[in-house]
Design a protein around this ligand. Structure first.
Ligand code: ATP
Ligand code: MG
Length: 365
């Protein structure tokens, strides 16, 4: 029997991220010279999160996930998965570590064509040696049953449809019951119905505490994740901005993200007055704000507040509030391009609602 290298990672430290990326840079040598594809990515992902990774083609999504899987290494920075420094892991340990801890699903399935589906699913078990040999076939069959392929277990990949191959690839990714699943465009070649089956399996895995990273171009799938990492030209857009402006063009969103300044309000602390920051609009990212306008109105996550148009008392609620101060000149082009509601101007009830995308500046009008 092959040596037992290590047990799957255990994530017992409460609150510590299951994946931590710090200062990740990646530069490729190309015929045209050096190309820096990741330009300093910092991100923490916690156990049980379903994280969408989006961005235009060539923005660096696959390069980023390759840093986590150890398929490639960063030029600078650190990647820890379950506390293990993947960027420093020797090649000799990498494959078994990966096989035990990560389930990886690719766009083009990458099943071995000369093995049957059940043999493909057994392969990572044989490689990592967690389950006793006598259990492997039953376990592989159970996984194929779970993805609806039990009846095709003894077919070769070439004899089944693309969607069925991908379902088999998902079963293979689950072979060693890894805590983390990383799927790079898993539904890119699937019809809607099969894509939905794959998503359904992912959602079921989440209920079992798995952590899932899903690279996708499909917005309807992104909406089902817990959080979205938007990569634009090798940089991560501020997540609160990505959540607040899901339809915005990426380049101005990244530019705004670099100019956004965090503001923390203690419970009950007032919103900075317009006179203090006349050129910014606030995006509420956490906690709540209470507007007292005769009656109290509560604003929660992703609300935009233009202090110039607020003519009533605004202060943080009981939990305090985290805000991003956004320069108006960077924000206006985004509002023009999205269906997002206008910043909250604390209207008096009798006044007409503002038109979307327009700021009301009562004090300067
Ligand atoms: N091994 C490599 N050598 C040189 N350049 C590379 C290499 N791998 C990726 N790149 C370049 O890095 C950039 C980012 O590529 P990556 O595959 O990460 O993009 P992506 O966001 O996954 O795109 P897609 O949505 O098309 O899959 C691209 O310009 C690509 O050409
Ligand atoms: Mg890619």
């Amino acid at each position: 029997m092959a040596e037992r290298f290590e047990t799957p990672v255990r994530y017992t430290t409460p609150g510590s991220p299951i994946i931590r990326m710090k200062g990740i840079e990646k530069t490729f040598e190309t015929a045209a010279g050096q190309a820096t594809v990741l330009k300093g990515i910092d991100v923490d992902i916690h156990q049980g999160e379903f994280v969408g990774i989006v961005g235009r083609s060539g923005s660096g999504k696959s390069t980023l996930v390759n840093m986590i899987t150890g398929i490639d290494r960063p030029s600078a920075g650190a990647v820890e998965v379950g506390g293990q420094p993947v960027h420093q892991m020797p090649e000799s340990r990498m494959a078994v570590w990966r096989g035990r801890n990560l389930g990886i699903v690719f766009q083009f399935f990458q099943l071995l064509p000369m093995l049957t589906l059940v043999e493909n699913v057994m392969l990572p078990m044989d490689f990592c040696n967690i389950y006793p040999p006598a259990e492997r076939q039953d376990r592989a069959m159970a996984l194929l049953r779970r993805v609806g392929l039990e009846g095709l277990a003894h077919k070769l990949p070439g004899a089944v449809a693309g969607g069925q191959q991908q379902s088999a690839a998902v079963a293979r990714a689950l072979a060693n019951d890894p805590p983390i699943l990383i799927a790079d465009e898993p539904t890119g070649n699937l019809d809607t119905q099969t894509a939905e089956q794959v998503m359904h399996i992912f959602e079921e895995l989440l209920t079992q505490g798995k952590t899932i990273l899903l690279v996708t171009h499909d917005r309807s799938l992104v909406r089902r994740t817990h959080r979205t990492l938007l990569i634009s030209d090798g940089e991560l857009v501020n997540e609160a901005l990505t959540a607040a402006f899901p339809d915005a063009p990426h380049t101005p969103l990244l530019a705004l993200s670099k100019r956004a300044a965090p503001v923390q309000l203690a419970p009950g602390a007032p919103l900075p007055r317009a006179e203090e920051r006349p050129d910014v609009v606030y995006l509420l990212t956490q906690g709540d704000l209470l507007l007292n306008n005769g009656e109290t109105v509560q604003l929660t996550g992703s609300s935009l507040i233009d202090p110039l148009s607020v003519d009533c008392d605004v202060r943080a609620g009981r939990q305090g509030a985290a805000l991003l101060a956004l320069p108006q000149d960077g924000l206006l082009p985004l509002l023009a391009n999205t269906a997002r509601p206008a910043p909250f101007p604390c209207q008096r009830a009798a006044q007409p609602a503002p038109r979307p995308g327009l700021f009301r500046r009562r004090r300067s009008e």
